[in-house]
Design a protein around this ligand. Sequence first.
Ligand code: 5GP
Ligand code: ZN
Length: 118
Amino acid sequence: MNDEKSEKENCLFCKIAAGEMNTEMLYSGDQAVAFNDVNPQADVHVLVVPKKHYRDMNEAPKEIAAECFSVVKKMALEKDIEKTGYRVVINCGSDGGQEVGHLHFHLLGGRKMQWPPG
Ligand code: 5GP
Ligand code: ZN
């Protein structure tokens, strides 16, 4: 329980979502926020993050995933990449390459993506 509490207290994306890091928000709703990735991997690289702390996709209720997908689509429209195309990435756990332990959806676009991903 204490570990769980400190995981949230020390969580970067909890702090960003709570507006504690002065991060410029592209979107802020009841359940999720969106902001630019600090280290963009494409012309458009937006992170969509639930306000509530879920470590990863395994922990997230489907309603939260659905809400985040809806925000991803909204951001794709706003960034004008909905027709040219985009990629949505959810890294989960160690093999998935997840570095920040708070569920987030990467929206990448504005360039041609490669397949398979590294
Ligand atoms: P992951 O590897 O966990 O799927 O992705 C974490 C993402 O968060 C990375 O793309 C990284 O650049 C981004 N990131 C890490 N720290 C910060 C930060 O303080 N602000 C923002 N805007 N993005 C961050
Ligand atoms: Zn968190």
